[in-house]
Design a protein around this ligand. Structure first.
Ligand SMILES: Cc1cc2nc3c(=O)[nH]c(=O)nc-3n(C[C@H](O)[C@H](O)[C@H](O)COP(=O)(O)OP(=O)(O)OC[C@H]3O[C@@H](n4cnc5c(N)ncnc54)[C@H](O)[C@@H]3O)c2cc1C
Length: 379
């Protein structure tokens, strides 16, 4: 089969891969996105916080994203049944199922002429002198690209080829489960996140006009007991610390509970030669921060600027990635540390409130000193 050439090959059609493809194609780059699944992924986040909404707004997508989503502006936190704080988002945040958000960006990509190769995974990545030369795909196709982006999730094949060692730490003290249930009045009224000193948490929020999502976190030993035989003995346990959401209890018993594995991920390097990592291939933090997508969208903006500024010059690309993309490790590291602090303290009301940072929670890295966000300048 003939070899295809393009400016940028992106492995993975999640939020990071699709958004970067859109930005690059709008600036005249020929982009091919390789996705192992039959379509864009369906499993992922529901919340887009203000920093991510601002990124979308900069590219004319915020209204489109918000049109079919839900806007919320408060999350109420409880500890052992008592309200302990309201976290307010002055500009609101967006709730929209991951697949819908990614599909929206995918549709924009299609209008820009981005080439998507679905059902295509990587068989082999040929390297030469520290650079990716060619991608060989499972369907027999071959692809040569000036730049290769691994936006291929936590188990990134691109990362493995680049020989960048991941530091993955599973959050083992809390098992997470999620279910989609009918919307009730209390969930429609307010997002509520309950913690217990027994090491449980549960989060109720609306997903659409008639559905809601419920997350439950619990110690591994309780998970075995509560979810045994496929019929969760959940409600009695929740009644001990869930006070203002009891109208949702009936639907929880018969819900289908999916177990989610969550780990943090840190890397020592985000690029090698002409290849770079984006999104969950580069970093992962605890979902309690609700910021993974926002940071990924901003990272894609930086990558698009760097790739376009390099203009096909290999050495300049390497230098620009080192100067402008590698420093993202610092912002990601702060976010991962923050997620670690939230999950480590939520059992203890005072420790949690001390660890909670409304600035980082609401505004993300925008709340950090500007020196950590270097402007792209010629070097
Ligand atoms: C439980 C949970 C809840 C979260 N909640 C939030 C939240 O509320 N708000 C928020 O901002 N962030 C949240 N996040 C983080 C957010 O989901 C990620 O930041 C975001 O999805 C990263 O997008 P991505 O494009 O890197 O990855 P993904 O969406 O994982 O996309 C990777 C894609 O690569 C494809 N792929 C993998 N390997 C290959 C291969 N070899 N060849 C071809 N394709 C391949 C996969 O099929 C997939 O489509 C949450 C994360 C988790 C785990």
């Amino acid at each position: 089969m003939a070899t295809t050439s393009c400016d940028v090959a992106i492995v993975g059609a999640g939020l990071g891969g699709c958004f970067l493809a859109l930005l690059l194609s709008r600036r005249g780059q020929r982009v091919v996105v390789i996705e192992q699944g039959p379509s864009v992924p369906s499993a992922g986040a529901d919340f887009l916080k203000p920093p991510g909404l601002r990124v979308l707004a900069r590219h004319g997508l915020a209204d489109l994203a918000g049109r079919h989503g839900l806007r919320r502006d408060v999350i109420r936190y409880y500890h052992d049944g008592d309200p302990i704080q309201d976290c307010r988002f002055p500009d609101g945040f967006l709730i929209r199922p991951y697949r819908e958000l990614v599909e929206l960006i995918y549709t924009c990509c299609a209008m820009e002429g981005v080439d998507f190769w679905f059902d295509a995974s990587i068989d082999d990545i040929a390297m030469d002198d520290g650079r990716v030369e060619e991608l060989a795909l499972s369907n027999g196709r071959r692809l040569r690209a000036g730049v290769v982006i691994g936006a291929d999730g936590t188990k990134s094949a691109v990362r493995q080829t680049l020989d960048i060692e991941p530091c993955t730490v599973p959050y083992e003290r809390v098992v997470m489960r999620v279910a989609t249930v009918p919307l009730t009045a209390s969930i429609a009224q307010l997002n509520r996140l309950y913690f217990s000193s027994d090491g449980w948490f549960t989060y109720f929020y609306p997903l659409s006009r008639d559905q809601a999502r419920v997350f439950v976190g619990l110690p591994p030993e309780d998970d075995k007991e509560i979810f045994q035989d496929g019929i969760p003995a959940l409600v009695d346990a929740l009644k001990k610390f869930v006070t203002d959401s009891s109208d949702a209890f009936d639907s929880l018993q018969s819900a289908t509970w999916q177990r989610i594995k969550v780990s943090s991920l840190r890397l020592g390097a985000y690029h090698k030669g002409n290849a770079a990592l984006l999104g969950s291939a580069a970093f992962a933090c605890h979902p309690m921060t609700g910021m993974g997508m926002s940071y990924t969208l901003h990272d894609a903006e930086i990558l698009a600027d760097v790739i376009c500024a390099a203009g096909g010059d290999k050495e300049l690309l390497d230098r620009l990635l080192s100067a402008h993309y590698e420093p993202r490790k610092h912002a990601h590291g702060q976010l991962i540390d923050y997620g670690d602090a939230l999950i480590a303290t939520f059992r203890d009301r005072d420790a949690y409130l001390a660890a909670f940072r409304p600035d980082l929670h609401v505004y993300g890295e925008a709340a950090m000193p500007a020196t950590e966000l270097p402007a792209l300048q010629p070097i």
